[in-house]
Design a protein around this ligand. Structure first.
Ligand SMILES: Nc1ncnc2c1ncn2[C@@H]1O[C@H](COP(=O)(O)OP(=O)(O)OP(=O)(O)O)[C@@H](O)[C@H]1O
Ligand SMILES: [Mg+2]
Length: 238
């Protein structure tokens, strides 16, 4: 397998959160030797009880946080060392979808999607055109100029998906992406995410409490005691 195809390669990641409690320092060990590989085009679900470390792992895979130890490669290379370089890397390579859409209230749907491109130096017209194109693919052409509070919850989350995908990332990290939606709307959002993945070919890692959602992935990993173990193949990834 070439390193290009292997989007994520993580070995024995460790992470503890340190907090001051008066004079003492308390360390909460969250990751204790977490290993995961994700190929381009692959969908991997991560399940596990609340507080087990799913969000912590996604944040580390996406360079928002750093592990204390272990090896983390993206397309065969270590993540950039400085925060500024990591931010640039993230804008190019990673898309995040969170439980709550996180759209900026004072920008329209298309502007929310176009912002990342504009920050990266695209012209406004070009970034907006890309945003509109993706909104159309996600069935939201008619909502492009709506503000977030003029969209339904499912529409807001579809805009958040478009925001994550518009710059053609190699890795998409979804943290309970349907947690705030009713089951049917949630499934619709996932249908669109999966369809778009098949077009774009990114690697997708999704933390979810939903069995149904997890079965849409090629593999399901269970997080427990700071480590991941396979729980057998999921459905057919459909
Ligand atoms: N910044 C922090 N400082 C200290 N402890 C933290 C911090 N962030 C998370 N934790 C703790 O680390 C553990 C893992 O948190 P994390 O958010 O990764 O869990 P999770 O598996 O995503 O849970 P959920 O399913 O509820 O979203 C939890 O016990 C949490 O309390
Ligand atoms: Mg979480």
């Amino acid at each position: 397998m070439s390193e290009r195809e292997r989007t994520v390669h993580a070995r024995e990641l460790t992470k503890a959160y340190r907090r001051r409690l008066g004079r003492r320092e308390e360390a909460i060990s969250v990751l204790a030797g977490t290993s995961i590989d994700v190929l381009a085009g692959e969908r991997v679900a991560i399940q596990g009880a609340s507080g087990v470390g799913k969000t912590t792992l996604l944040n580390i895979l996406g360079g928002l946080d750093r592990p204390d130890g272990g090896v983390l490669l993206h397309k065969g290379r270590a993540l950039p060392g400085t925060a500024a370089d990591r931010a640039r890397w993230r804008r190019r390579e990673v898309g995040f979808v969170f439980q709550f859409h996180g759209l900026l209230a004072e920008f329209t749907a298309e502007e929310n999607i176009a912002l990342a491109g504009m920050i990266a130096g695209e012209h406004r017209a070009e970034a907006l055109a890309a945003a509109r194109g993706l909104l159309a693919e996600l069935g939201l052409a008619a909502r492009a100029t709506h503000y977030p509070d003029e969209l339904s919850g499912g529409e807001q989350q579809r805009v958040a998906v478009a925001r994550a995908l518009v710059r053609d990332p190699s890795l998409v990290l979804a943290d309970e992406p349907t947690g705030d939606l009713d089951p049917r709307t949630g499934e619709h959002v996932i249908d669109l995410l999966v369809a778009q993945q098949e077009r774009q070919g990114f690697a997708l890692v999704m933390a979810t409490h939903s069995e149904k959602l997890a079965r849409r992935c090629h593999r399901i990993l269970q997080m427990e005691g700071g480590m991941l173990r396979p729980v057998g193949p999921a459905g057919q990834g459909r």
